[in-house]
Design a protein around this ligand. Structure first.
Ligand SMILES: [Zn+2]
Ligand SMILES: [Zn+2]
Length: 266
């Protein structure tokens, strides 16, 4: 029985899967609950990509999917909101009158630079790039509180043109501890994102040692998400992710139906 808490559908501009396909794929893979988390990225630096989310259409589509699949799978209405320090107020305003059951906050851009096109990573050492990225993550977690879990905390690993793209805990321990402590003390959590395997990172995002450290510091809220954009990616590598969570000291993962975590034994 799996809970896939990070799924993109046709409502994300990079989504290639219809919600009903996601539901069918999830049911076939023993997933009992999915959180649909389509993108909202306000002022995304690459203007060729529109990460807008029409809440009414989105909400209606989820209601319809519940009518079709509700007896086989639970569908949580979530969002992955891209945070940048200069758009925090707009993020808060957008969420103000919306009824999301689960919110992932993700940092997809740093200092108004897209991570995806390599601009941010260019002409810098890995250490400088990763440190600056984590500082931006800290600023976002500090300035924006309206979310349940921080998405793919080490996303930067996907984008640098470095031979070794690992982000090892000892190299960034101070800033990582600050981020973890801030999440923990404010009732927010972390996700294990299994798409790292898909992007040749040979691990989940984050890797085991960061998850272990988050747990050591008292972290309890943890979701597992595939970041699926296609049916075959739904719940991908979930047995492995659960093993990682258990090895890191977790006995429970979290699910959300009303914004508060409920703990599910693993
Ligand atoms: Zn993301
Ligand atoms: Zn995503």
């Amino acid at each position: 029985m799996y809970y896939d808490y990070h799924i993109h559908t046709g409502f994300s501009s990079d989504g290639r899967m219809e919600l009903r396909q996601a539901c069918a794929a999830a049911i076939a893979k023993d997933v009992v609950e999915i959180a649909v988390t389509d993108h909202l990225d306000i002022d995304y630096p690459d203007s060729s990509i529109e990460f807008d989310l029409d809440y009414t259409l989105y909400s209606d589509a989820i209601d319809r999917a519940r009518e079709s699949f509700g007896n086989k799978i639970s569908i949580i209405k979530g969002i992955e909101i891209g945070v940048q320090p200069h758009v925090i107020k707009e993020c808060v305003d957008y969420l103000e009158d919306k009824d999301f059951q689960f919110i992932i906050a993700s940092v997809h851009a740093v200092k108004k630079m897209d991570l995806h096109n390599g601009e941010f990573c260019a002409n810098r050492t890995k250490k400088e790039t990763y440190f600056e990225y984590l500082q931006e993550v800290y600023r976002c977690v500090d300035g924006f509180s309206r979310f349940n879990v921080l998405g793919h905390i080490d996303l930067i690993r996907r984008y640098g043109d470095y031979r070794d793209r690992s982000l090892r805990y000892p190299d960034y321990s101070d800033i990582l501890d600050e981020i973890f402590r801030l999440l923990i003390s404010t009732g927010r959590g972390l996700e294990i994102n299994t798409s790292g395997f898909r992007y040749n990172l040979s691990s989940t995002m984050p890797d085991f040692d960061l998850i272990k450290r988050y747990r050591e510091l008292g972290g309890e809220i943890l979701t597992i998400g595939s970041d699926a954009h296609t049916p075959s990616q739904v719940a991908e590598r979930f047995p492995q992710a659960l093993d990682i969570a258990r090895s890191a000291g977790f006995r429970y993962i979290s699910r959300f139906s009303d914004g508060n975590p409920e703990f599910v034994k693993i």
